[in-house]
Design a protein around this ligand. Sequence first.
Ligand code: SPD
Length: 359
Amino acid sequence: MLFQEVAEKVSAETGIRTFASQAERLLASFLHTDDFWVASGWAHVPVPVASALVRRFQEEGYLEINNQDRIVLTEKGRQAVEGLVADQWLSFRCPVCNGRTVDISSVPHWWKQFSEIARERPEPVQEYDQAYVTPETTVARVLFLDERGDLRGRRILVMGAEDDLTGLAIAMTGLPREVLILDIDERLIEFDRRWIEKLGLKHVRAEVFDLRNSFPEEWLGHFDVFITDPPETPLAFKAFIGRGIRALRGPGSVGYFGLTLQDSSLERWQTLQRYLLDEWSTVITDIIQDFNEYVPWPYHGQTRAMRLAPVSQPPSADTIWYRSAWYRIVLLESGKGTNEPFSEKVLKELYLDEVSSTT
Ligand code: SPD
């Protein structure tokens, strides 16, 4: 009853449909953490929703925010969620693969070499919505592709988010037939080019490209696999995922991308899934929740997420709180997706709206 009422009020306040189960999950998270950011990640709710829920629970006396900015359940709050999550909740995750299904300790030398290279990468900038994933995530992405038959001998397009260095890591295996890496940020393309030359990598090109623009004819229908990690407005889904699908060769070709529940809502997932299934004729073969872990980014203090938050401190630099699910899709019909230009849009329109707030 309590949770249903709170969820309805938060839905009305934020304009983002919120469910009682999400309200319950967020409050229960504070049985295990006193960190607002960590709890919002565990509860899989968008930051504007997590913020509104915490404020409401605070007003109703279910929790308090102490003078160290930590969130503490009151006796009333504790009673409301007692028993809702198991005591061992946080240790359910598989310690070998961290829930990703692939074991990166099977490639220790390559993991080490990649991590050393990644240490030198350029720092994330707000202008391009950057926040890179951990090196472990990138290595796991590559192993996942290999495990699914999407690496060896494939023509692979890596679109944007090269701050994750996924394109470079894929090229380092030497296994694909062709790799094309596109990113708007010259620093990242220069970084990749330097390593491509230094390591003598073959069949790989890195080019500066703004995904608001249409692809040239020769990229359309050319690739077996695309990989991207889009911003999460409906417009960005078209510019990144729709364009990736348009670049696929035909039935059986594959796409990968990350999707959060911190910058997307469940309804936004549904919007995207409708595009994928109905308009773009793809099928979703895999969704691995929390596969991608992002290192906290330095500009968080200047984001709308921070302005909405009920706490005044940004996430701690050494605690992962933001994760995304790893989607794999397979194309069923040729010529789908979109190559529409969005060049009249300013970058912010791709990154920010009522649900997406972390840029
Ligand atoms: N703005 C900081 C977080 C941006 C990271 N992008 C990840 C998007 C996942 N689809």
